[in-house]
Design a protein around this ligand. Structure first.
Ligand code: NAD
Length: 421
C-alpha cells in the first residue's frame, strides 16, 4: 500500500518490534526474554482450495499466528483482506498479546488472516473458504488452545461457520472455540458494540485527565466500520459532535455535525458513507488532519505516517484500529503534545467482552447486556488508570506506558514459568 506521498508503508511487524524494543529498554528486560518476546510461538501457513461459484478452484493463502500463550490460551481475530501478509498477522498477534495483558484477562495473543477480496466474493464462496480454512487450522485452535474472533471483513456469520465446521470435525458442539458469535449460538450480548464502547470509556477517562468537556467536543472517525461506527454512535450519546467519517470508498464532513445513527443506516443501505445528505466530501489525509478535539483512526495500519502526523490538529487520538500510527509518527505526535490513547488499550473492549463471552460459554450461562457493559467499563477503566499512572510515573507517552504494562506482565509470566526443558 502506498501513501499519498508514494512512500512505501512501513512493515507492521517491524513497527511492533520497535515498540517492543522501546518497552524492553524502559523495563530493563533481560535479553533472553526480549528475544523470546520478539518471536511468535507458532506460525501456521495454510493453502485453502475453494470451489468458486464459476466452478473453478481458487487456492487462497491463510495464516494463524499464535504469538504467546504465557498468560493463557492465545486469542485474536481473523482478517479477510487482499493486503493480509504473514508479517501483518504477526504484528497483530503481537499486539493482541500486550492488549490481553494490559486488560489483565487470562489470554495470550494470536491473529489469523486470509489473503482474499471478500467484497468480490459471494456468501457461498466466503462460506466455503471459511470452512476449508477452519479445517486447515482445526488442530491448532480450540477453547483452551487458541480462540479466534472477528476482525476486518469477518463477522458473526463467519464465526458461526467456524463453530459449525470445528464442531463437525470434533463430533460435538464447541461454540466456545470462537467469540463474536451470533447470540443464537452462544454469543454475548454487548459483543457487537464492545470495541467502540470500550474506546468511548477510554475517551471519557482521557477527557477527565485532559480537562476536555465531551459535551462540547468534536470528533472525526477514519474507517466507519464496526469499531468506528459504534464508537461514533456511543460517543455522540456523551454530547460530542461527529464532524467527519470515512470508509474505503471516501469520506464525508459537515461542520454542523453528522448524526452517527443516520450515517450507519445510510452506509447500511448504500455500502458507503459517501453521498450522505448534508455533507461535503473529504479525503482520508484531510480527515486525519482536521481541526477536531478527538481523532479516531478506526480503519487499518499505518494511517498516521510522519507526513500526516505533522499536520494533525486533534488534541487527542483514540486508536480504535490496530497499529494506525507508525513509530516515527508517534514521536512527532508526542513532541506536539497530542494525547494518544494507544490501540492496545483503546480497542481492548472487543477482546474484554470476548473474554466475557468465553467465560459465559464455559460456565453455560448468559449475562444481561447491562452486566456485560458494566464489567467492560470496570476492566477497561482500570486498565486506563494503570497505564496513565505508569505514564506519569515514568514521564512517558501513553503508548510506551501501555507497552510497559503489557510487556511487563507477559515477561513476569515467562520468568515465573521458566523455560522447558
Ligand atoms: P470493519 O471491516 O467493520 O471496518 C473497517 C472500516 O474501515 C470499513 O468501513 C472500511 O471501509 C474502512 N476502511 C478500509 N480502508 C480504509 C481506508 N483506507 N480509509 C478509510 N477507511 C477505510 O472492521 P473493524 O472490525 O471495525 O476493524 C477496524 C479496525 O479496528 C482494525 O484495525 C481492527 O483490527 C480494529 N479492531 C477491531 C475490533 C473489533 O471488535 N471489530 C477489535 C479490536 C480492533
Amino acid at each position: 500500500m502506498l501513501s499519498q506521498t508514494n512512500q512505501p508503508k512501513p512493515n507492521a511487524f517491524d513497527n511492533a518490534l520497535e515498540q517492543l524494543r522501546i518497552a524492553a529498554e524502559y523495563l530493563k528486560l533481560e535479553d533472553g526474554i526480549h528475544q523470546m518476546l520478539s518471536h511468535p510461538k507458532r506460525e501456521v501457513t495454510v493453502s485453502i482450495p475453494t470451489r468458486m461459484d464459476s466452478g473453478e478452484t481458487h487456492v487462497f493463502t491463510g495464516y494463524r499466528v499464535q504469538y504467546s500463550d504465557a498468560r493463557g490460551p492465545s486469542k485474536g481475530g481473523i482478517r479477510y483482506h487482499p493486503n493480509v501478509s504473514l508479517d501483518e498477522v504477526k504484528a497483530l498477534a503481537c499486539w493482541m498479546t500486550w492488549k490481553c495483558s494490559i486488560a489483565d484477562i487470562p489470554f495470550g495473543g494470536a491473529k489469523g488472516g486470509v489473503i482474499c477480496n471478500p467484497k468480490a466474493m459471494s456468501q457461498h464462496e466466503l462460506e466455503r473458504m471459511t470452512r476449508r480454512y477452519t479445517a486447515a487450522i482445526a488442530d491448532f485452535i480450540g477453547p483452551y488452545r487458541d480462540i479466534p474472533a472477528p476482525d476486518v471483513y469477518t463477522n458473526a456469520q463467519v464465526m458461526a461457520w467456524i463453530v459449525d465446521t470445528y464442531s463437525a470435525l470434533k463430533g460435538y458442539m464447541v461454540p466456545e472455540v470462537v467469540t463474536g458469535k451470533p447470540i443464537s449460538i452462544g454469543g454475548s450480548l454487548g459483543r457487537d458494540k464492545a470495541t467502540g464502547r470500550g474506546a468511548v470509556f477510554t475517551t471519557a477517562e482521557a477527557a477527565k485527565v485532559k480537562n476536555l468537556d465531551l459535551k462540547k467536543a468534536t470528533f472525526a472517525v477514519e474507517g466507519f466500520g464496526n469499531a468506528g461506527a459504534n464508537y461514533a454512535e456511543i460517543l455522540q450519546d456523551y454530547g460530542s459532535k461527529l464532524v467527519a467519517a470515512s470508509d474505503s470508498k471516501g469520506g464525508v464532513m459537515s461542520k454542523n455535525g453528522i448524526d452517527a445513527a443516520k450515517l450507519i443506516a445510510f452506509k447500511g443501505k448504500t455500502g458507503s458513507v459517501v453521498g450522505m445528505a448534508g455533507t461535503q466530501p473529504i479525503d482520508d489525509d484531510g480527515l486525519l488532519q482536521l481541526d477536531v478535539d478527538i481523532l479516531c483512526p478506526a480503519a487499518l495500519e499505518n494511517a498516521i505516517t510522519p507526513e500526516i502526523a505533522r499536520g494533525v490538529r486533534a488534541k487527542m487520538i483514540v486508536e480504535c484500529a490496530n497499529g494506525p500510527t507508525t513509530p516515527a509518527a508517534d514521536k512527532i505526535l508526542d513532541s506536539n503534545k497530542v494525547f494518544l490513547v494507544p490501540d492496545i488499550l483503546a480497542n481492548s473492549g472487543g477482546v474484554i467482552v470476548s473474554y466475557l463471552e468465553w467465560v459465559q460459554n464455559l460456565d453455560r450461562i448468559s449475562w444481561p447486556e447491562l452486566e456485560v457493559n458494566t464489567k467492560l467499563e470496570d476492566k477497561i477503566t482500570g486498565a486506563f488508570k494503570e497505564v496513565y499512572r505508569t505514564s506519569q510515573k515514568h514521564s512517558t507517552s501513553m503508548r510506551t506506558a501501555a507497552l510497559m504494562v503489557g510487556v511487563g506482565r507477559v515477561a513476569d509470566a515467562i520468568r515465573t514459568l521458566g523455560i522447558f526443558p
